[in-house]
Design a protein around this ligand. Structure first.
Ligand SMILES: *[C@@H]1O[C@H](CO)[C@@H](O)[C@H](O)[C@H]1NC(C)=O
Ligand SMILES: *[C@@H]1O[C@H](CO)[C@@H](O)[C@H](O)[C@H]1NC(C)=O
Ligand SMILES: *[C@@H]1O[C@H](CO)[C@@H](O)[C@H](O)[C@H]1NC(C)=O
Ligand SMILES: *[C@@H]1O[C@H](CO)[C@@H](O)[C@H](O)[C@H]1NC(C)=O
Ligand SMILES: *[C@@H]1O[C@H](CO)[C@@H](O)[C@H](O)[C@H]1NC(C)=O
Ligand SMILES: *[C@@H]1O[C@H](CO)[C@@H](O)[C@H](O)[C@H]1NC(C)=O
Ligand SMILES: *[C@@H]1O[C@H](CO)[C@@H](O)[C@H](O)[C@H]1NC(C)=O
Length: 430
């Protein structure tokens, strides 16, 4: 099938796993060419329990670590190193982990993936301190804008924060679509955490006569922002924006209402522009929206593209992710379509940062693409559901909770902390 050529994003430069020579030293990942929709979220329920987790009170975070290194340390260059302590939370102490990411619940018994920490070369990344985080964001509102991997990140943050403070699910006050648009309120800190579902940031509609499916074609109006998020984002002080795997499906691109090209549409009379084009334009439109909205005064974090790790076949042909430890740096380099996708978004980010600075708006990058590329062991694979359920593919896209995705919140806290100490411009925000 035209839509399922694994080599397509490799520009012929790489071979698929099935054809590569046994002697090849590096590992070849198979691009996740089509969308994986994880239907939500039976477990995202409200809770009043917020048990303390002993590992939090044990943690060794010192003022020196936080303060001396903040200004100069490049936290995104480093290594995953072994870590013996237990994770911040587990499937018993956080009861809002969705089944799809609840690897412990569904019997994943290799536990090594829980015992690595990110170690920047130049400093230590402090452990996540939920109290410190909540104090920093007191009276603020944070939104995750994007798709289900962004929601995955939000759920990690909820689990981390729920260990020290109670929250209330207030989604229903803001939307009738409480499946896709979540909001939680931490009364003790007057802090709101939520997500604005928008996997493309721009207006999209289904274009397949047979309706929506994993690989159905969609129309993408790449210069028209999706109001699902743009109409709400001015209420937020901090947003974390991200996008990824939805752009790999067949797409028809519209600009000024006119069809200008497509991704994998297979129509002879329509120019094939690849997924990079849609990805670039969507970020451009999203960032322009943020820099032009009159009342948006927030701080924007881009969490960079999160790679998937399908091996041994395409996602819908038995591809899986069974590794139990991180890649060696030599084994896996940032390369091929992952690097290109990453760079596409970074180019747009750089423009946004410059444009934003003229208006006093801050844009930061949570630069995790390569870091997560080294964590093929962090995905649910087939541990996102019970054995009895007939799920036809493995999840090598989202991340187990707890798991390496919790590190994204260590980065977020670190960066918020730095900004609150160093930036006078942010006084209105912090
Ligand atoms: C914390 O650090 C101190 C000094 O570096 C060390 O003696 C102690 O064992 C550490 N505690 C934990 C829980 O790691
Ligand atoms: C948590 O996971 C364990 C297995 O690791 C399982 O026995 C237990 O039932 C799970 N608890 C919940 C609340 O999911
Ligand atoms: C976490 O942060 C709070 C508030 O800043 C601080 O009082 C506490 O000592 C920190 N906990 C650890 C273990 O460092
Ligand atoms: C809570 O925070 C909001 C802003 O998010 C602010 O308008 C409101 O006054 C705060 N409420 C209290 C009781 O501090
Ligand atoms: C492309 O060709 C198809 C038939 O193959 C036709 O239905 C469609 O309207 C054409 N699109 C354009 C933009 O010309
Ligand atoms: C992001 O991280 C990569 C390595 O993972 C590095 O090459 C790049 O310079 C970093 N970019 C920024 C803006 O920090
Ligand atoms: C799973 O598939 C089998 C055979 O296709 C079917 O008999 C069974 O009812 C399905 N189970 C569920 C939970 O859908």
């Amino acid at each position: 099938m035209k839509f399922q050529q694994a080599n397509e994003f490799f520009n012929g430069k790489y071979q698929t796993t099935t054809t590569r020579k046994k002697t090849t030293k590096s590992v070849v990942l198979i691009p996740f060419t089509l969308l994986l929709i994880m239907v939500l979220l039976t477990l995202m329920k409200n809770t009043n329990e917020s048990p303390m987790l002993s590992s939090i009170s044990n943690m060794n975070i010192t003022k020196t670590e936080t303060n001396t290194n903040t200004k100069t340390c490049d936290i995104f260059s480093g290594n995953w190193i072994p870590y013996l302590e237990e994770p911040y939370y587990n499937n018993e102490t956080c009861n809002l982990i969705t089944d799809q990411q609840n690897c412990l619940k569904f019997g994943r018994d290799d536990k090594e993936y829980l015992h690595w920490r990110w170690k920047p070369n130049e400093c230590d990344l402090p452990l996540f301190n939920a109290t410190q985080f909540l104090k920093l964001v007191r009276g603020k509102k944070i939104a995750f804008v994007g798709d289900s991997v962004g929601r995955n990140h939000m759920q990690s943050l909820l689990c981390l924060l729920s260990q020290v403070s109670q929250y209330e699910d207030i989604s229903h006050k803001y939307t009738s679509d409480v499946i896709y648009f979540r909001r939680y309120f931490f009364a003790d800190y007057n802090f709101t955490l939520g997500n604005l579902w928008s996997p493309y940031f721009v207006r999209s509609i289904d274009a397949d006569p047979n309706g929506h499916s994993y690989d159905s074609i969609m129309k993408l109006y790449v210069d028209e922002v999706d109001e699902a998020w743009s109409s709400k984002v001015e209420n937020f002080d901090i947003i974390i924006i991200s996008a990824g795997h939805w752009f790999f499906r067949p797409l028809l691109y519209y600009e000024k209402g006119q069809l200008v090209g497509c991704n994998k549409c297979g129509m002879e009379n329509v120019t094939e522009l690849g997924h990079y084009y849609g990805y670039k334009m969507a970020f451009r439109t999203a960032f322009r929206t943020l820099t032009n909205l009159e009342n948006y005064k927030g701080v924007t974090f881009l969490r960079t593209f999160s790679p998937s790790h399908f091996e041994n076949g395409d996602w819908n042909k038995g591809g899986n992710c069974v590794r139990t430890k991180p890649f060696d740096k030599e084994e896996m380099k940032l390369d091929g379509y992952i690097k290109e996708t990453y760079l596409t978004q970074v180019n747009e980010f750089n423009v946004a940062q410059e444009e934003g600075s003229k208006k006093g708006l801050k844009f930061f990058m949570i630069n995790t693409t390569e870091i997560m590329l080294w964590r093929p062991d962090g995905h649910p694979n087939n541990y996102g559901h019970s054995k009895e359920q007939n799920v036809t593919f493995n999840d090598c896209v989202h991340w187990c909770l707890p798991g390496p995705v919790d590190t994204w919140n260590e980065f977020l806290l670190y960066m918020l902390n730095v900004e609150s100490h160093t930036s006078s411009k942010l006084e209105s925000v912090f």
